[in-house]
Design a protein around this ligand. Structure first.
Ligand code: MN
Length: 191
C-alpha cells in the first residue's frame, strides 16, 4: 500500500488567527509529509505492506509505529478543523459529553488540562470505547488511542511544531484557541 498525503480541506491560511498560514504549510507540507514518506520507505517487504494505518499502528513498534502513528494522528488532526468551526457538538456526541462531563465547558476544561500536561511531545485525545463511553487520553510522541482499543474522535497535537511559530511557549493559549476551529460535524460523525 502506498500512503499519500491527504489534501487539506481548506486553504492553508484559512485557520488564522488560531493557526497561522506558515504553521499549517510547514506542519502539513513538511512534518506530515515526512511521516508519510518515511512510512512508504519502511513498509515495503514487511508484513505491513498491505495493512491500513490503524492495523499497522496496533501491531507495530519502533520506526514503523512512530511514523504510522503520526500519519494516522495527522490525518485525523487536519480533517478536524474548519474556518467555520467552533461552538459545541450536537447530536449523539453532544449528548454523550453532557452525560459524562456535565456540560461542554467542563469537558473542555478536562481536555485542556490533559493537553497542557502532556510532558514533551505528544497528543491529547477524545476517544470512545466499544460501549460508547468517552475517554480523554494523553499519548506520548506518535501514539494514538487505537493502541488502547479506543476509537479516536479528536486529537490536539501538542508537539511544539504545531504551535511554536504562533504561540512560542504558550501551549495553553494555543490549546484554548483550537476550540474555535473544531468542525463538530466531522468529529461527531466519528462517534
Ligand atoms: Mn504534528
Amino acid at each position: 500500500m502506498k500512503f499519500e498525503l491527504p489534501a487539506l480541506p481548506y486553504e492553508s491560511g484559512a485557520l488564522e488567527p488560531v493557526i497561522g498560514k506558515q504553521t499549517v504549510e510547514l506542519h502539513h507540507g513538511k512534518h506530515f509529509q515526512a511521516y508519510i514518506t518515511n512510512l512508504n520507505n519502511l513498509v515495503p517487504g514487511t508484513k505491513y505492506e498491505n495493512m491500513d494505518l490503524v492495523d499497522i499502528v496496533k501491531d507495530s513498534d519502533g520506526p514503523v509505529f512512530n511514523n504510522a502513528g503520526q500519519a494516522l494522528n495527522h490525518e485525523i488532526y487536519f480533517s478536524s478543523f474548519s474556518p467555520k468551526g467552533g461552538g459545541e457538538p450536537t447530536g449523539k456526541l453532544g449528548e454523550a459529553i453532557k452525560a459524562q462531563f456535565g456540560d461542554f465547558e467542563n469537558f473542555k476544561k478536562e481536555f485542556n488540562a490533559a493537553a497542557v500536561s502532556v510532558f514533551g511531545s505528544g497528543w491529547a485525545w477524545l476517544a470512545s470505547d466499544a460501549e460508547g463511553k468517552l475517554h480523554i487520553t494523553k499519548e506520548a510522541n506518535g501514539s494514538n488511542p487505537v493502541v488502547k482499543g479506543l476509537n479516536p474522535l479528536l486529537g490536539f497535537d501538542v508537539w511544539e511544531h504545531a504551535y511554536y511559530l504562533d504561540y512560542q511557549n504558550r501551549r495553553p493559549d494555543h490549546v484554548n484557541a483550537l476550540w474555535n476551529i473544531i468542525d463538530w460535524n466531522v468529529v461527531g460523525a466519528r462517534y
